[in-house]
Design a protein around this ligand. Sequence first.
Ligand code: CA
Length: 158
Amino acid sequence: MKTHKYKHGLTLVEMLIVVGVIALLTTMVIGIAARIDNQSKERCLECTCALLEFALQEYCECTGKFPEQPEKDFTNAPLHSEYLCRELHLMPESREVLGKLADSLVKNEYGTVDTPSEIYDPWGTVLDYRYVPGDNFPELISAGPDKIFGTADDISSR
Ligand SMILES: [Ca+2]
């Protein structure tokens, strides 16, 4: 007579397959979440740059020129950002536009000499401000997701 012996539970191979599938799905979800996070930060940066360009235009209408760049060596982004903030705060029109930036992107909004204001990108790196030779409209540059200037993922306001 034939007896049916039922197994209960999973074999080791089945357990390994289940763990592997869960690990694969987790990796996919994390990758998709990171991509969505980066895309939302890029949109935030676009809005920030648009606001800053508007503030720069307001500043230019009041003073007849854009804020100068204090250093021409393109290596000191915090100094450029501090100077840009200080200059934009001087004119009421540009200060008003600057006030529309998200609080999380502005460090020391009412900066002093000891704790100057700086504008950050959504990844937490200070935004650089520079002039491109041959173009008199200043350029805003984010170091991008890797937080390092001069790499392929840098994002320009151009
Ligand atoms: Ca970069």
